[in-house]
Design a protein around this ligand. Structure first.
Ligand code: ATP
Ligand code: MG
Length: 470
């Protein structure tokens, strides 16, 4: 749009427009040319570095800012090496000796194979850390209890029972489940049913932050651990007497997983840069959204950490494996949004129910919840959710013929259907073959796993994932 309407604008006008855009950005932008002289310096950057534009623009960067000995500006490193530098924390000083800490993404600017400059997109660390903290506090309203978990199907009742048992102890728990399957719900319920309920429940998503930040956040920092470090307890210490929930644990780097394992084994932590160990009394619950056995094979999860964490492992069944719970969940969400939207919706049509029962629910309960919420947004004085209230991409998947609840049973022997995409064919083959082998051993998982040369747990996970009854 900009290019067509601005077609005739002079390059001068265009430049000014780019400047306006840059100055509206929430990230600092700093660009240097091939000589290391600043040529772009946006408004947010002046804020982050407490500088004016005149202080910095058209001056050699190395003369304006000072870096701790042995360190070089990420911009200059990038200019020298031609490699981009991602999510790196940097602490340095401006010309008034004020200390600045930023988290940067730095990229070389290359034209015709030549490095003609480098650019940096910077975020304020202190602000970012504050945001994380605020986010934590909000999330810590650990509202859910076992009563909030809807479902009476065998698979969900089994996990609830195991989770309730786990709530009586302080053992580590590993919650395995697809997105939207209720991991957060279970973690909160366990905490709230445990003796630690009066203590804090601290949650941290390990995928949300770069390693450099998460380590300090988890273990805390001692003053002077690195330039700009303040004395601060980490989440382990903040969760004292309570529960620390580490979500998406498979995103932690291997060295950090090793450090976490040490903390679990020794029941003590050491703040970064500190010399003192501090003992901790914290229960760890971790969550993972992939099969742990696969995660280990793919180097996303350390085996030793898995053994330590998975003292209790809860496999949350995906919604497609407990479709009998759908009517109950539907009523639950209708009630919830009736109250919230001041509406009086009573039911869903039979056709919609049939469709819900046929659907695969890759987004699990969250997907169902959003669907009901979306549908109710489209209703005016109606009491039944019907087709037309469902989003188009859902309706497109609706078979033209009438839908039946029964699923066709998978063929006993593997088959190959030509002309299909590889992924689909592989999945069909996997389903059929696993089914075939499990049948052959009359549902004996251990023996079937042995034949397939995978672990029992991995087979169980696959059975769940592929929707095969063991
Ligand atoms: N059994 C259930 N009964 C009632 N509500 C549920 C159930 N399972 C999930 N939900 C609801 O579905 C939504 C998603 O659940 P939750 O946040 O616990 O999923 P998750 O497994 O942590 O997902 P993600 O991996 O995406 O973080 C929440 O609003 C939650 O309240
Ligand atoms: Mg979650």
């Amino acid at each position: 749009m900009l290019s067509s309407s601005m077609h005739n604008a002079s390059s001068d006008t265009l430049l000014r427009i780019y400047e306006h855009i840059l100055d509206r950005m929430n990230e600092g932008v700093h660009v240097i040319d091939a000589d290391g002289t600043t040529i772009v310096y946006n408004s947010k950057m002046t804020e982050l570095e407490s500088m004016t534009r005149q202080d910095v623009l058209h001056k050699p960067l190395a003369e304006v800012f000072q870096f701790p000995s042995g360190q070089e500006s990420t911009l200059l490193t990038c200019l020298r090496t031609g490699n981009s530098i991602r999510n790196t924390r940097q602490t340095y000083f401006n010309d008034k000796q004020k200390e600045i800490s930023t988290i940067n993404n730095t990229y070389p600017i290359i034209e015709n194979g030549k490095i003609i400059g480098a650019m940096e997109i910077a975020n304020d660390v202190t602000k970012m850390e504050r945001l994380i903290r605020e986010n934590l506090l909000q999330k810590n309203g650990s509202r859910y209890t076992f009563e909030h978990i809807i479902g009476r199907s065998g698979p969900i009742l089994d996990v609830i029972e195991n989770a309730k048992r786990a709530a009586r102890t302080s053992s580590s728990v590993l919650v395995v489940g697809e997105t939207g399957a209720g991991k957060e719900l279970f973690v909160q319920s366990i905490h709230n049913a445990s003796l630690r309920a009066s203590g804090p429940l601290i949650s941290q998503n390990c995928a949300a932050l770069p390693d450099s930040l998460i380590e300090g956040l988890l273990f805390g920092t001692a003053r002077g651990a690195f330039t700009g470090a303040v004395e601060r307890p980490g989440l382990f210490e903040q969760a004292e007497g309570g529960t620390l929930f580490l979500d998406e644990i498979n995103s932690l780097s291997m060295p950090l997983q090793a450090k976490l394992l040490r903390a679990l084994q020794e029941k003590s932590i050491r703040r970064i840069g500190d010399t003192k160990d501090r003992s901790i009394d914290v229960r760890i619950i971790a969550a993972i959204n992939e099969d742990p056995v696969e995660a280990i094979a793919n180097s996303h999860l350390r085996k030793d950490l898995y053994y330590r964490l998975g003292v209790v492992t809860l496999f949350l069944p995906p919604l497609r494996e407990r479709k009998e719970d759908i009517p109950m969940l539907v009523s639950h969400f209708i009630e919830k949004y009736n109250e919230l939207f001041q509406m009086e919706v009573r039911s869903i049509s039979d056709e919609v129910l049939q469709f819900f029962i046929q659907h695969d629910w890759p987004g699990n309960v969250r997907e169902l919840q959003h669907l009901i919420e979306g549908a109710m947004n489209l209703m005016i004085d109606e009491s039944t959710i019907r087709y037309e209230h469902l989003p188009l991409h859902f309706l497109r998947r609706m078979p033209a013929a009438s839908v039946t609840i029964e699923q066709p049973s998978p063929p006993a022997l593997p088959f190959v259907d030509e002309g299909k995409p590889l992924k689909e064919t592989m999945q069909e083959f996997e389903t059929a073959y696993i089914h075939h082998v499990v049948e052959r051993y009359n549902g004996n998982i251990s023996r079937a796993a042995k034949e397939l040369q995978i672990s029992r747990q991995s087979l169980q996970y696959r059975l769940r994932k592929l929707g095969i009854k063991g």
